[in-house]
Design a protein around this ligand. Structure first.
Ligand SMILES: Cc1ncc(C[n+]2csc(CCOP(=O)(O)OP(=O)(O)O)c2C)c(N)n1
Length: 669
């Protein structure tokens, strides 16, 4: 043990209250083990056997106290300094060591490092590097607990630096509005990387913010294990009876660098000395010795036991071979396997608009899946700004049709939490443009979870999108390319009521995250005969709307209708018209088959050109069908500008007119 020379006197005024010796020793052992693991890791780091280490030395009492009061099936969402959460849940050490060495017996198949993993087996949901989304995920887990009525509490951690992130504020607000049983644990350890607290926030205590959120909050001496344990025990017991969020600020200190390589030069040495006197383990050890609960022999016995356990498990991890994989295996794990089940359509049809088809599809999915929750701004009594969820509250209740505060990021994160805890979630973006405010959890949490730790993200994000409605730069974007670029997401973009209803049903069945684009200009303008009952359509299948021999037109969304209009007005053109319907997965087979037949291709997208999906489809065609081409592949897209408001500017921005000209040009090539 690295025992500072200063310790033997006891800094804390420990109060064991009515705790028996067994608990006192459990807490001691709970802190001793991660301390010994860390000390071993520091040695291995110096020997180059571990790549990076984020030390929680000096902060163990918080993780130990919290994990000790929660039941094993109550979720904990730790950060990078909470090793004790993992050891207190009795994860076999060799699995942790394998994780840190990027080996197969870890939790991420070598795909993510350090504490960036979760495990359903141990009810732990690890962090993503971006820190803040953890709080929103905890909201979702707690919401699921509340909906189940199981009286469970969950705990989530952050450092004080992380509390400056918008995600954290959003999640605290949502938890308070929805009264979610979450312990929000802020470990205030003085520094965020090198930034001291006075450059991080300008209030006296982070717990003071509880008042602003309308939330109970407490300050806890984070290095006093008995204070942590006893306060938390009472709180958790009362939260189980009376579910509510609680904000906790633990005063503690980061005794080592942010990570080992970055050192502590910027930390005044007297501060380190001062906090060295408050070491949670050494003080507690002295106290237990004084109390006669512990003896020097017992300490040695525990240390020998842990040393043996650590060494033995390290041997197992070191003996494990380097991870092997194949490209196919890596690609295969990006998505959770989903076996499409066809639900055949009934013969009764009614002529309805796109918007009605989506509403019907949603409603029938709500009837089919008891565990499906819809969240969005104004989606409850108001029915959403497009009235798609009108009447849903009456049928499904406010628990499952939830108005949210204006906080896209926390709600997407909460959707992830619902999925982790057994629910399906639909998040309605009021307009697809606003997804920027929920971008982080979509790109980093939903999309990457299955690849990282085999956890599904059973979430559909509905995206009312598109121009042609005179709504200007912030209510008109069709931003699918932001998502088609991100492995792990599926992207669906129907152009007709029939497709929209069936594809939405499948998107909801699919346990993977789906971005579901709904074109606003088509909502009320496109009608079709649609089966009245529930049915599904497969993702990844384009539809061939027209067959011809001279050219292939590939498009989706509003582009489909522009192409249909153009072909209507130019009956002499003999074209294959492909409506992609889903962009990820992309039906390359339908594309190549048609191109091989016609030899000429034009790809039409509503989005601006550069970096859009038309460019990728064009590249795929050139790589796979070059010898069949009789002309260069043409792309047609909107101008490289934001979307203007005035009707004439907007129509000059959109590519409908340009499409006709380029198509005619291509035909005469
Ligand atoms: C969004 C984001 N910005 C910056 C970082 C880089 N970063 C990682 S941890 C960290 C400091 C976090 O400080 P704090 O929340 O106080 O936790 P501590 O490390 O002190 O335990 C920073 C700046 C990050 N991971 N994510």
């Amino acid at each position: 043990m690295m025992k500072p020379e200063t310790t033997p006197h006891i800094f804390f005024d420990y109060n064991r209250k009515d705790l028996d010796n067994e608990i006192l020793l459990k807490l001691y052992r709970g802190m001793l083990k991660p301390r010994m693991i860390e000390e071993k890791m520091l040695i291995l780091l110096r020997q180059g056997k571990v790549s990076k280490w984020f030390s929680g030395i000096g902060q163990e009492a918080i993780s130990v106290g919290i994990t000790a009061v929660l039941d094993k099936d109550e979720y904990i969402l730790p950060m990078h300094r909470n090793l004790a959460v993992f050891t207190m849940r009795d994860i076999p050490l060799h699995r942790l060591f394998s994780q840190w060495q990027g080996k197969a017996n870890g939790f991420t198949k070598g795909r993510d490092r350090s504490f960036h993993f979760g495990t359903q087996e141990f009810h732990i949901v690890g962090m993503i590097s971006h820190l803040g989304p953890q709080f929103g995920v905890a909201d979702g887990i707690a919401l699921a607990n509340k909906l189940k009525g199981n009286n469970k509490v969950c705990a989530v951690f952050t450092g004080e630096g992380g509390t400056s992130e918008g995600d954290i504020h959003e999640a605290l607000n949502v938890a308070s509005v929805w009264q979610l049983p979450v312990l929000f644990c802020v470990e205030n350890n003085g520094y965020g990387l090198s930034t001291p607290t006075n450059e991080q926030y300008n209030c006296e205590n982070i717990a003071d913010r509880g008042k602003g959120y309308g939330m109970e909050a407490h300050i806890i001496e984070g290095n006093d294990i008995l204070e942590v344990y006893t306060k938390l025990k009472n709180l958790v017991e009362s939260m189980r009876i009376n579910p509510r969020p609680v904000l906790l600020e633990f005063k503690t200190f980061r005794m080592r660098g942010h990570e080992e390589a970055s050192g502590t030069k910027y930390v005044p040495t007297d501060l380190i000395d001062e906090w060295g006197l408050r070491d949670p383990l050494l003080n507690y050890e002295s106290y237990l010795l004084n109390e006669g609960v512990l003896s020097e022999e017992k300490i040695q016995e525990f240390k020998d036991e842990f040393k043996h356990e650590i060494d033995e498990n390290l041997d197992i991890a070191f003996a494990e071979p380097k991870i092997e994989s194949t490209e196919a295996n890596e690609l295969n794990d990006v998505y959770k396997e989903f076996k499409y089940q066809e639900v055949k359509e009934n013969s009764k049809k009614e002529n309805i608009r796109l918007i009605d088809a989506i509403s019907q599809g949603l409603k029938q999915s709500m009837e089919r899946h008891d565990n499906l929750v819809i969240m969005g701004q104004d989606v409850a009594e108001y029915g959403g700004v497009f009235k798609i969820t009108e009447g849903f509250v009456e049928q499904f209740g406010k628990d499952r049709v939830r108005n949210t505060p204006i906080c896209e990021s926390a709600i997407v994160s909460a959707a992830m939490g619902l999925s982790i805890n057994g629910y399906k979630a639909i998040v309605e973006m009021q307009f697809a443009d606003f997804v920027t405010s929920g971008f982080n959890p979509i790109i980093n949490y939903l999309a990457k979870s299955h690849y990282r730790w085999s956890e599904k993200a059973d979430v559909v994000v509905r995206m009312p999108c598109g121009a042609g409605v005179g709504a200007g730069p912030f209510h008109s974007q069709t931003n699918e390319a932001w998502f088609t670029h991100t492995p792990g997401l599926k992207v669906v973009y129907p152009a007709f009521p029939y497709d929209a209803k069936g594809l939405l049903a499948t998107s909801i069945e699919d346990p993977n995250p789906v971005m579901f684009f709904e074109h606003k200009a088509l909502y009320r303008s496109i009608r079709q005969d649609v089966p009245t009952d529930y049915y599904t359509l497969p993702l990844g299948k384009a539809s061939l709307l027209k067959e011809g021999k001279d050219v292939t037109i590939i498009t989706y969304g509003a582009g489909v209708h522009w192409a249909l209009d153009t072909l209507d007005q130019n009956q002499e053109i003999s074209a294959d018209l492909i409506d992609l319907r889903t962009l990820v997965p992309l039906d390359t087979e339908a594309i190549y088959n048609s191109v091989k037949k016609t030899g000429k291709v034009i790809i039409l997208q509503e989005d601006s050109m550069f970096g859009g999906i038309a460019s990728d489809i064009s590249a795929l065609i050139m790589e796979n069908c070059f010898e069949y081409l009789d002309a260069p592949v043409k792309r047609v897209a909107s101008l490289e500008t934001p979307i203007p408001f005035a009707a004439n500017l907007e129509s000059a921005y959109l590519p409908k007119q340009k499409f006709k000209e380029i198509l005619l040009d291509l035909l005469s090539y």
